[in-house]
Write a protein that binds this ligand. Structure first.
Ligand code: 8YV
Length: 312
């Protein structure tokens, strides 16, 4: 008898095929009536596989009496109540390291696309406007000041890349680190005031909620650019929209939003904003590696071994 597994969001076809080999997979993302779907299978579910952004609510976890493992296909744990899982004896795993390079690449991509207005230029050419005029000048990337909020694995990977662009790099975090050559600033506001590009690479959750607020955005200023590849919750999104609309902030490159997949429509119309649908880890190579890690964690758990990348 294969264990029953609840799959919250789609994965690569080849990974889902391997899940099907080992589990009775119940695909929530295909269900119309999600509550009814969960209610019907709740008593038998022993594993949940979900995304970092999607997670699983505490209420849903409480509907699943046999649940033993939540395998997150991602690094973020902010959408899973870890303390609650711990109290129920449920293991929680993530997919660290394998996505670091892709997310860092996306951060650099958003930074360059924003400052050099690459998406604007693309729209300009496609609209046939080149025949009739020129675009305003863009902004240089090389040599600029990069401020990183959250110098974890991804923040450090972005810093290494930015070094190659001759950028001066500073960061803020819960504490200063003595193993990096970058300057520490004590607060996001102080960091923003000393940066041309402010990158959010901090974990989501209550401790970082709204950290990038109106004061931080004002400190970054009309020539500054915000890049977010972490979580929309780290930014006060209405304050961000207002700062961009009023010209108090120069531009933004955003992969994540407060209420995905809903993106404030006013942002759609801003040429100084580059938007991505939460795709920083969405490459064939990385999603395959993440999927392998999810499979390895599940296999270990059901074989009675320690899951290789457990956080709970
Ligand atoms: C993924 C993420 O897009 O790692 C995370 O926490 O949010 C992203 O890598 C996500 O996990 C897949 O849904």
């Amino acid at each position: 008898m294969k264990p029953d597994l609840l799959l919250i969001e789609p994965m690569m076809a080849s990974i889902e095929a391997r899940l099907d080999e080992a589990f009775q997979v119940h695909r929530l993302y295909q269900a119309q009536d999600k509550a009814g779907f969960v209610a019907a299978i709740a008593p038998v579910i022993r594993a949940v596989v979900t995304g970092g952004g999607s997670g699983i609510s505490r209420e849903t976890v409480d509907l699943l009496p046999q649940l033993g493992i939540i395998a997150i296909n991602g690094i973020g744990t902010d959408a899973v109540d870890l303390d609650h899982a711990r109290s129920r004896g449920i293991r929680v795993t993530t997919t660290p390291d394998v996505l670091t390079d892709d997310v860092a690449d996306m951060a650099i991509g958003l930074m360059i696309t924003s400052l050099r207005q690459i998406a604007t230029g693309d729209r300009f050419v496609r609209a046939g406007k080149w025949l009739g005029g020129k675009l305003p000048l863009a902004r240089r990337v090389s040599g600029k000041r990069l401020g990183i909020i959250g110098l974890g694995r991804i923040g450090r990977a972005v810093a290494r890349r930015a070094e190659a662009f001759g950028m001066s790099i500073a960061y803020t975090d819960l504490r200063a680190f003595d193993d990096v050559p970058y300057r520490f600033e004590p607060t996001p506001q102080a960091l923003a005031a000393a940066s041309d590009v402010l990158l959010i690479a901090a974990a989501g959750g209550p401790q970082s909620r709204g950290l990038v607020n109106e004061a931080v955005l004002n400190a970054l200023g009309p020539d500054g650019t915000l890049v977010n590849i972490a979580r929309g919750s780290v930014v006060d999104e209405p304050a961000l929209v207002a700062a961009l609309a009023e010209g108090r902030l120069g531009g933004a490159g955003l992969d994540v939003f407060a209420d995905e997949p809903r993106v404030p429509e006013v942002l759609w119309r801003m040429d100084n904003v580059v938007l991505q649908p939460h795709r920083a880890s969405a490459t064939v190579e990385t999603r395959f590696a993440m999927g392998e890690l999810v499979l390895a964690n599940l296999a270990a758990y059901f074989a009675g071994r320690e899951p290789p990348t457990a956080v709970v």
